[in-house]
Design a protein around this ligand. Structure first.
Ligand code: GAR
Length: 212
């Protein structure tokens, strides 16, 4: 059975979705870069070992990343899942976990990388927004895409209502992506594309606003 380590920085709702999804893997540990991350107590309540590597205690990014990697490697993970982990990781760190480092991002990448994704989508007036699970590469928010979920942007949406609609789907696609990874159903090609093995290609068109 595969081992997963989850990295968080805060609330931990995506981590919780992974813990509650009954994935065919062992969640070996949850590691936070903030001692006050709310998700740590949720992990403890689920009986998952936790660790904290506080970025503030390190002089620079490389020394933090080295300490973080040491903490992760102690749990011998097959995959490292970033779940609201809000630190930019160095190229060396990303290379160390090539093909094993996964992230969830609250937009339909490559649109709206980085921060404030919902506010920027609202500002631009896009009618469809969403979330993405992808492999991490040194290019911030640009790695090979495993799964995306699209949601409509409604006329009276606020940043909060849109964020909540996207978050509901984050909690569905992250467990799905990790399930595929843990059961060897994902192939990452040399061209940086993700192929899904043994699975029919299905999907539905989302119109937003809807057709009449
Ligand atoms: C989630 O919306 C996640 O997609 C986002 O932070 C939130 C964390 O919430 N991640 C990023 O923006 C990474 N660039 P959570 O702690 O409740 O899972």
């Amino acid at each position: 059975m595969k081992n997963i380590v989850i990295l968080i920085s805060g609330r931990g709702s995506n981590m919780q979705a992974l813990l509650e999804a009954k994935l065919p893997c062992r969640i070996a540990a949850v590691i936070s870069n903030r001692v006050d991350a709310e998700g740590l107590s949720i992990a403890k309540a689920h009986g998952i070992p936790t660790a904290v590597v506080e970025h503030r205690n390190y002089a620079d990014r490389d020394s933090f990343d080295t300490a973080l990697a040491k903490s992760i490697d102690a749990f011998n993970p097959d995959f490292v899942a970033l779940a609201g982990f809000m630190r930019i990781l160095s190229a060396g760190f990303v290379a160390r976990y090539h093909g094993r480092l996964i992230n969830i991002h609250p937009s339909l990448l490559p649109a709206y990388g980085s921060l404030n994704t919902h506010a920027r989508a609202l500002h631009d007036g896009v009618k469809i927004h969403g979330c993405t699970v992808h492999f991490v590469t040194p290019d911030l928010d640009h790695g090979p895409i495993i799964i995306q979920a699209a949601v409509p942007v409604l006329q009276d949406d606020t940043e909060q209502t849109l964020a909540a609609r996207v978050l509901r789907e984050e909690h569905r696609i992250y467990p799905q992506a990790m399930r595929w990874l843990c059961t060897d159903q994902i192939e990452l090609t040399g061209q940086g594309k993700v192929l899904l093995k043994r699975r029919k290609q299905i999907g539905h068109t989302l119109f937003s606003p809807g057709l009449e």
